[in-house]
Design a protein around this ligand. Structure first.
Ligand code: 13P
Ligand code: SF4
Length: 308
């Protein structure tokens, strides 16, 4: 493993490439990345990158966002099959009809969607800035929110705004078991429950903090509490624990597993260190986005970045 990491670091220098990785990537990938972050942080760094090659270790919609922000650069990914259940729940064809049928609505989409769906959008948001983005829209304007209905419900509850929701969700965050979570909390009553807003509303109601992956990491570092039950993808535990080596972090239990309490995003986990190396060596597979889609999708992404 060590040799492979060294080879990646050498190759990265040789090609003047930057490696961006999401918090849900395996520890080995996070260790060789130049920047590890949440969706917002990753798009902010991608927007400023001046390297000719950007290797994006995350899922496809994240790499597409980097490509939209850097159309003249080569954006490569370890595996083109790293999708996302949320992005997959919202085809551009169906979403286009939905938007067409509600012409008076402002269209806000969560960044977890395809470039083509972004091209149908007025303003993009991430879990870090969703409340701020929705609050920035004049109160008299009706809003479509897609594709995550759980984040959409959370925004409605927090802002008092009514949103017309798309019926999409994340397979990982919908797998958390409320009953098992409550039972676990009874065993550890001193622990704070923290959750990502893609989780269902009954999970969010019992959380003392709801926020993006970066927000959750910051919260755990700042709070005096010693123990946390963490309701998001298990990859986050690596960076979270690195910041607070003495605190106890317990992954929230999911419906299915009785043996292991961790929830893993199978899409994120198709990326491996070997694939990172191969992709950097061959500068392939490359993420391609149609130039007219780039032109249109860049507008709502830039609006988000300006407001963030
Ligand atoms: P963040 O924006 O918090 O990084 O979340 C991305 C994601 O896909 C969560 O499942
Ligand atoms: Fe998509 Fe869910 Fe995986 Fe995040 S955790 S990338 S929302 S499937």
């Amino acid at each position: 493993m060590k040799a492979l990491k060294d080879k990646i670091i050498e190759l990265k220098k040789e090609k003047n490439a930057i490696i961006l990785a999401h918090y849900y990537q395996d520890k080995e990938i996070q260790e060789i990345a130049d920047y590890v972050g949440d969706s917002l942080g990753l798009s902010q760094v991608a927007a400023k990158a001046d390297n000719p090659v950007i290797l994006f270790a995350g899922v496809h919609f994240m790499a597409e966002t980097a490509k939209i922000l850097n159309p003249d650069k080569k954006v490569i990914v370890p595996d083109l099959n790293a999708g996302c259940s949320l992005a997959d729940s919202c085809s551009a064809e169906k979403f286009g009809k939905f938007v067409f049928n509600h012409p008076d609505h402002i269209v806000v989409t969560y960044v977890n969607c395809s470039a083509e769906v972004k091209a149908l959008t007025d303003i993009v948001c991430t879990s870090s800035n969703a409340l701020k983005i929705v609050k920035s829209i004049p109160e008299d304007r009706p809003i479509i929110f897609a594709p995550d209905k759980n984040l959409g419900k959370y925004i409605m509850e927090q802002t008092g705004r009514k949103l017309l929701l798309w019926d999409g969700s994340c397979v990982v965050h919908e797998a958390f078991s409320f009953d098992k979570l409550i039972a676990l909390h009874k065993e550890h009553p001193e622990a704070e429950i923290i959750a990502h807003p893609e989780s269902e509303s009954h999970i969010l109601k019992v959380a003392s903090y709801v926020g993006s992956t970066a927000g959750m990491i910051d919260y755990v570092a700042k709070r005096p509490s010693h123990k946390f039950i963490v309701a998001t993808e298990a990859g986050i535990l690596y960076k979270m624990q690195e910041n607070v080596p003495d605190k106890i972090l317990i992954p929230a239990p999911s419906h299915e597993d009785n043996t292991c309490a961790c929830s893993e995003c199978a899409f994120m986990k198709v990326n491996t260190l070997q694939k990172v190396y191969d992709c950097l060596l061959q500068e392939s597979p490359e993420v391609m986005v149609d130039s007219t889609v780039i032109e249109r999708a860049l507008i709502p992404i830039k609006r988000m970045l300006e407001l963030s």
